[in-house]
Design a protein around this ligand. Sequence first.
Ligand code: NG6
Ligand code: CA
Length: 508
Amino acid sequence: MIKFKNLFFILILFSACKDKAENQEPNQVHPNIVLIYADDLGYGDLSAYGGEISTPNIDKLAENGLKHTNAYATSSICTPSRFSMLTGEYSWRQIGSGVAAGNDGALIKPGTTTLQGVLQNAGYSTAIVGKWHLGLGNENGPDWNGKITPGPLEVGFDYAFMIPATGDRVPTVFVENHQIVNLDPEDPIKVSYKEKLGDNPTGKENPELLKMDYSHGHNQSIVNGISRIGYQTGGESALWKDEDFADIFVEKSAEFMEDNSSSPFFLFFSAHDIHVPRAPHQRFVGKSGKGLRGDAILQLDWTVGAIVKKLEDLGVRENTLIIVSSDNGPVTDDGYKDMSDEFLGNHKPAGNLSGGKYSVLEAGTKIPLIVNWPGVVRPNTVSEALISQVDFLRSFASLTGIEVAIKNAPDSFDLHKALLGEHLRGRESLVQMGTSNGFSFIKNNYKYIVPNNASPEITWGPDVKTGFSQEDQLFNLKIDPTESNNIAKQKPDILDSLKKEYKRIRDS
Ligand code: NG6
Ligand code: CA
């Protein structure tokens, strides 16, 4: 493996590598890649992006690297964002706009071209550690007590240690590769999203057992004093403790990096933070002064610092490309009474954007994106190039010299130069998706929000503006980043051209 010391050198190598790739030969541009993907972290949540909660470890990556200010997840909820990022295909083409249930079957079918599969083909060892939330098992869902397959290992990962769905959904156990960790065969686990199982307490019936009360949903099985979505019984020896997530994920990642430090590796570190339930380790509780949501941000920052330290200890930091981003925008109360609104103070999770998780407004999908690669990505740079996480697949393929057939990863563009800050030419346009099948389309700094019958406010819980309207909406993001002034009637030509272009992409 070669360590690159400057941009000029890498540019020469890129052209050399391209020729080799066309001849199907391996090239030499194989940095380790660590993709740290936070959950529900907003555009304004990091101090590098103006947040009030100090995130020194993440900020250091931005200071010594590139901060993107016009980068997007494809959706304002988790499952579709992750699907698009890992497959290079807008999720609405395949799986729609919903959040996967905890017992859904695998949503990425074996044989699909994936980001991790591309890197595997380029000779990388690949791992996911953390939240999966893309379904496991066949269409009837996984056999939790047996071999859990298909899953990440069937779509390009060599190693997986994961929360199968989310921290707030059953089963509340870790799955390592094909099996639940520490499961006692004498005490099998049962999972249902339809009916209560056995006599285990639920949040609804036994609120006195809760250490964190729920505000909406989340009133079914209680595990570790927190009630969840869904019912489960059994599997006592395998149940997780939420407070240990960060430590365990760092430990598993460290083991993976250590085992693979002599060859290139790709680590998809898919953090639980700062999703609900927010139950960070005791050492972070009360430390942010901004409540548990702020404390979870501190825990995320600690996690990033611990991963960077491990890379340094292994002597591979110089040759590692680190990316920090988030799967969707922020939300405060997302179903638990964790006082996240009450403690916010001047901290603005969405920065100056409107909306948040679930919405089609900018805060739903515009996310932090930090890219750091010593000696290659210039320190202290900011990029306004329009870029989407769906572009990671072709960008990394190009970087590592792997060709991806045109029919695969159809929505992904090779933007590795924009991603690394070599120039500002990003994608031309972008389709965004919110909850309730809500869509919007961005081109040339104009944003068209497609008419939708759903409510302008979320009606079932979180206090979030969705951005939905039955009318056409058009905003000039350059002068109106808060999407306050609908200019659809003043700019009929622009509206018409965005509508046509959006329709062409949706129908393609
Ligand atoms: C919602 C949950 C929310 C969160 C979300 C998925 C309720 C009332 N709300 O249905 O708490 O789990 O799904 O979040 O149940 S995501 O980041 O994984 O998309
Ligand atoms: Ca999320």
